[in-house]
Design a binder for this molecule. Sequence first.
Ligand code: ATP
Length: 470
Amino acid sequence: MEYTPHYNLTSFMKDLKTIVNYSKSKGFIFPSSEIYGGFSAIYDFGPLGTELKNNVKHLWWKEMVWENKNVVGLDSSIFMHPKIWEASGHVSGFSDPLVECQSCNTRIRVDHALEDQGVEADDKMTQEEITQLFEKHKAQITCPECKASSFTSPRQFNLLVKSNLGNFTEDMNKSPVYLRGETCQGIYVNFLNVLNSMRVKVPFGIAQIGKAFRNEVTARQFVFRTREFEQMEFQYFTHPKDDIEEYEKLKKERWNFWIKMGLSEKNLQWKRHPKLAFYAKDAYDIEYNYPIGWKELEGVHARGNYDLSQHDKFSEAKITYTDPVTKETFTPHVAEASSGVERAVFAILCEAYTHEELDNGESRIVMKFNKQLAPIKVAVLPLLSSNSDLVKKANEIFDTLRSKFMCQFDVTGSIGKRYRRQDEIGTPLCITIDFDTLKDNTVTIRDRDSMKQQRISVDKLESLLREELS
Ligand code: ATP
């Protein structure tokens, strides 16, 4: 039987608590170390979350690397020479301004507390500017934990996470190494290696996906702001005269990528950085309308030649490019796109979460994932668990499909309940094996969104699934 939803409450209860509880109960995202009381601002991805995350990364990689002739991939190490972080400016300048509540010692990011009051503060402000701004508005600011309103003066807190790798002295602070604070430094320091090994010519790009670590001060923002996360970073090296044109192209491509991932235009917006770094030519963020407000999903920046020049200065290498035709030598400029995998997954979960009232008076939760992102692509369901012939036939079909599509086999409960279960995790297609299957080798395929069902021969199943899921 076919139900047509008569209204579609996409924003039904899409608050943070609903998404957090949903993510945990359905195996997407778990709080880290929960049996030990949790571990602040760190999360684990469950079985379905891992599939979703891998699909996001795969589609990003396909778009950036496979589909571009002049882009190559990289997988640089998490640990790098500590001097890299001096050259990049992270040792001296990668910090957030913090105040401490004098009543309960909770640490609060000054820029966030000011933003909550509608006051724009950004990470390019000097210590003096941020202190002045805080002093001006502090009467309205209260501690999110105890509601007191007495704070210490702002001070800068460095976000780099230190480690003692290879350090056998007592004091780690004497010569620390860092867990990388961003993945793009691995790209810059391999610029010459890629250039010399891959026969690439400017303009060309390097893409990388990998873990990054930051000592963030966070307050209940789920996976939006964590201390360990994955970045998807793309650096496009151009001739200085072409950088803005390439940057504008990149901006369009990145916006379109998120639309293709299923995020709706109404939930996305551009935000220009209020104050640019001294070397930057332009900088915009793509923001998503999360349950915690409009927040950065991806940064797209025209960075000039700052990064390569800094490594040229701090290292032994001469980092320039000589055009093989014109023989002109220059330091390439960079157009950068940098997004977080967890922030992407969070946005995709919020966007997909849908509550529908059906014409028959029932309702359902359905995750309307883009089909390529859905963690489970196909569910194989024998109509009755008690009939061994149906279960055997369903298993045969499952075995032929499972190496080609991410499939799930489910025999528990009524068929209606099993459809709802698959809707709740966003499985695009369900295949039901019934008594007719045993007679004529046909199955029913049910579509997640329309709930329409069609009958198809098992021989045509694979090609139909490929078509439907592409
Ligand atoms: P924010 O202003 O929100 O702290 P940022 O400007 O410091 O972010 P970038 O350094 O530009 O972020 O990092 C690029 C991308 O990496 C961000 O757009 C975001 O998607 C992701 N990202 C950065 N910090 C975190 C974090 N702590 N947790 C999860 N993702 C993050």
